[in-house]
Design a protein around this ligand. Structure first.
Ligand SMILES: [Zn+2]
Length: 802
């Protein structure tokens, strides 16, 4: 049962996709798809468990071809299934990935997985004529290929088990039937083949007089399990010289027969005669008739044009994407709202009769019965045709639960709407989703289905086009795929065995030893798993350190999209930070008694004009105050940015730690009111990550019930530029032989400058000032260029020893 919750501002919205109140609208969307010709029934080969009498997904069939649940040998069976025509949207689904790639809004690896799944490839569809020894006529075999340049190298044709020619031949060939029966037992990468004895294929180039004899020879036709029924046309042209799988198939089924190489790397390279496939593009060899010497790309183009003129082929594109098979034969899932009538065919359930609710099938699974439970609910199945009112039967399939989740984010915009899935006003106001967070396991199925249904909804009467057409293209503006938490894992170096915590001594934490043998255990970080004894229960950590420290630690250790190596020892950095800040708050809790009417901005603006006349001590304080407030301003900007993208929450914690340190260092030096404002900003920025801690500190500071959660998040006060300007120069006390001569305002030295380099730099800058030029340069006894020694103290004082 799926419950999906989302907090919208202050009221929590909850959806339950298995609730009839929700799936009523899923059925409505199904009917809209049906109305648009995008939901249809077709025969399809499925994995069928004969014991449980259920259809299985490919993932539910193990390597030996057995059901994960019953252990029975899985059969391939043709069943009538419901499909959603996602292929009608494939161009938009592919093209709009470019929009999502902008600014890195979606992770590159998800985009490339979607591109591969859609799998658009350009090539040609080529006809191979068939001749039969018994003179029966057969339609030509059509084959899609992306490598027309290797057509001279075709040495056989291979067909999928479902190809019409195979089905036809199997009727009179018992051996073929037994090969087909055994096919599901073959391993996935099997290159077993069955040679069809009565038919041969002709390479279409055989009709060209300039084609070499080898290519003109007729071709054997095989049935092969490596040819997928749903790729191209269930037929492959076998080119052992230039395709790895074809090469392996040839060696297994025709061992000893020479392989024809029709492409080589360059015009000057030797003609290849080796047994391995050369899979790259290159230059056509002498086996390629009139195309010999031409480059692959140009030759492919010309070959297809030649075939096209003779009606033996044409340019074509193919997609890997199949239509979405949504039929399930389970009790859970949304019933398909279709009634089958003998005279009217499949009839949609009228919208005012939705939802079609699941019937009560008490204890069906408890009784251990096999098959589709809905088929047994006779009272439910037998109904009346909405069209002609004669007796009819309900469809007993339920929908793949991915259908429910393909539009739930749209429902969140209008969750209480009883009449419609959503109102246009509601979705126009809230969609698309700004930031969508989910595991990378959803990179293909869920995200592709959701994009499809969203694009479909935008074409329906439910969501008429308004002014804001830009929101109707893609449902999720930004996607974040969160990383996994990996646990510290101990293994025995001699056996590789995973060690239980009690088998390892951590007396010397840097050198964990195996108690039984005294050997040093190997340490690694791996996905948490019971078999690796590396799981961590967050509640233990929360009990020990508190929820706030645990949360801050988790966020700090890695960006949300990366793997987090869980090392509890490192939490001490976070607890130290919180403790120091808490102590600081306790020491400075009298601040509210001060006058806080003056904002830091007006404090600095008032004080700036008098700054050139202050003494050295005051100038140091001034610098510290500027540094503190600069640090606050920069942190507000970076933390706001990090919170709004959510991808770098780890830097929020590290930025706040740095600012806290600057604040702690300023305790003795800076204006108390200024420090209060800095502390207030730190606490308000911490509140989303350490809410209880921030609230506690806030109440110590103010001694009142005013909650930190009633305070605004800090915003920049536009002092950054002014303060940066000020901080670019400093007042430097100039001494000669230990006696103060004057104070000069010079720029800040570059941060990494030290030693003689710094002395030379400071001297130069002092001589550039008016006073320096007048008093310390020239022929007098004050020429600092002739100083024996230059002592620079922190860039603030310089003593020239003449
Ligand atoms: Zn009817």
């Amino acid at each position: 049962m799926t419950v999906i919750a989302l907090e919208l501002i202050s009221n929590i919205q909850e959806l339950t996709t298995c609730d009839p109140k929700y799936y009523k609208h899923t059925q409505r969307i199904f009917l809209l798809l049906h109305e648009h010709g995008l939901a249809y029934q077709a025969e399809s080969m499925v994995n069928y468990d004969p014991v449980d009498k259920t259809v299985l997904a490919n993932e539910q069939v193990d390597a030996n071809g057995c059901s994960w649940r019953s252990g029975a040998k899985v059969e391939k069976k043709l069943l009538k299934q419901w499909f959603l025509r996602i292929s009608a949207f494939r161009d938009a689904l592919l093209e709009d990935l470019d929009l999502l790639a902008r600014n890195g809004d979606w992770p590159e690896h998800v985009l490339s997985m979607q591109r591969n799944w859609l799998g658009k490839s350009k090539g040609a569809r080529i006809k191979f004529q068939i001749f039969a020894y018994d003179d029966t006529k057969h339609p030509a075999i059509e084959i899609f290929t992306t490598r027309s340049d290797t057509l001279f190298g075709v040495q056989y044709v291979a067909l999928a088990a479902t190809h019409p020619l195979v089905i036809e031949q199997s009727k009179k060939d018992a051996q073929l039937r037994s090969f087909l029966d055994n096919m599901p037992n073959l391993p996935q990468d099997s290159k077993d083949g069955f040679l069809l004895p009565n038919v041969r294929a002709i390479n279409p180039l055989a009709f060209d007089p300039l084609t070499p004899d080898a290519t003109k020879a007729s071709l054997p036709i095989y049935v092969a399990s490596y040819v997928l029924a749903d790729y191209g046309d269930g037929a492959v042209m076998g080119v052992p010289g230039h395709d790895l799988r074809d090469n392996a198939f040839w060696k297994l089924n025709r061992s000893g027969d020479p392989i024809r190489m029709v492409v080589k790397q360059s015009p000057t390279s030797e003609d290849l005669s080796n047994e391995d496939a050369y899979v790259h593009q290159g230059v056509l060899t002498s086996h390629s008739g009139r195309f010999a010497g031409k480059r692959s790309a140009g030759a492919a183009q010309e070959i297809v044009e030649l075939l096209k003129r003779n009606e033996l082929g044409d340019f074509a594109e193919t997609w890997r994407l199949r239509d979405w098979l949504i039929s399930r034969r389970r009790y859970w899932g949304t019933p398909i709202p279709i009634i089958h009538c003998e005279s009217c065919g499949p009839v949609p359930v009228p919208v005012d009769q939705l939802p079609v609710e699941l019937p009560q099938v008490e204890g069906h699974w408890l009784r251990g019965k096999a098959g589709n439970p809905l088929e047994e609910a006779h009272d439910w199945v037998n109904t009346q045709c909405p069209n002609c009112h004669s007796p009819a039967k309900r469809d007993t399939d339920t929908m793949d639960t991915f259908v429910d989740s393909s539009w739930y984010f749209v429902r969140f915009a209008d969750p209480q709407n009883a009449e419609m899935p959503f109102s246009p006003e509601a979705v126009n106001g809230l969609l698309p989703v700004d930031l969508y967070i989910g595991g990378v396991e959803h990179a293909i199925l869920h995200l592709l289905y959701a994009r499809f249904i969203y694009k479909f909804l935008a074409t329906t009467s439910l969501w008429p086009a308004g002014d804001s057409n830009d929101i109707r293209g893609e449902p999720f503006k930004q996607l974040l795929t969160q990383g996994m938490v990996h646990g510290k894992t101990y293994t025995d170096p001699s056996t590789g065995r995973f060690l239980k915590p009690e088998e390892v001594s951590l007396d010397t934490p840097s050198q964990p030893t195996i108690i039984a043998t005294g050997e040093t255990a190997n340490v690694s970080f791996e996905k948490m798993s019971k078999s690796k004894y590396n799981g961590v229960d967050p509640t233990t950590c929360i009990e020990m350190y508190g929820a706030d420290a645990t949360r801050a630690h988790m966020l700090f250790q890695a960006p949300a999209s990366e793997v987090l190596e869980w090392d509890e020892g490192k939490i001490s950095g976070v607890t130290r930070w919180m403790t120091k800040l808490h102590d600081y708050v306790c020491r400075n809790n009298t601040v509210t008694k001060l006058s806080l009417n003056e904002s830091p901005k007006s404090y600095f603006t008032t004080k700036l004009p008098s700054i050139s006349s202050v003494d050295q001590k005051e100038s140091l304080i001034w610098d510290k105050e500027i540094d503190l407030w600069l640090s606050v301003q920069r942190t507000i900007i970076s933390v706001t940015e990090s919170f709004s993208t959510a991808s770098s929450l780890n830097t929020v914690v590290s930025d706040l730690m740095t600012l806290s340190n600057t604040l702690l260092e300023s305790e003795k030096a800076c204006n108390e009111a200024l420090r209060y404002h800095a502390l207030s900003a730190v606490l308000r920025m911490m509140a989303p990550i350490t809410p209880a801690f921030a609230e506690e500190c806030w109440s110590i500071l103010h001694g009142s019930p005013a909650s930190i959660f009633k305070q605004a998040f800090p915003t920049p006060d536009n002092t950054l530029e002014m303060l940066q300007q000020q901080r670019r120069s400093q007042v430097c006390a100039v001494q000669v032989n230990g006696k103060l001569k004057f104070a000069a305002t010079i720029p800040l030295p570059p941060g990494d400058m030290t030693g003689d380099e710094l002395s030379r730099w400071v001297t130069e800058k002092i001589l550039e000032t008016d006073e320096g030029r007048q008093r310390l340069k020239g022929g007098g006894n004050m020429d600092i260029n002739k100083a024996k020694k230059v002592i620079v103290v922190g860039g603030k004082t310089v003593n020239f020893v003449l």
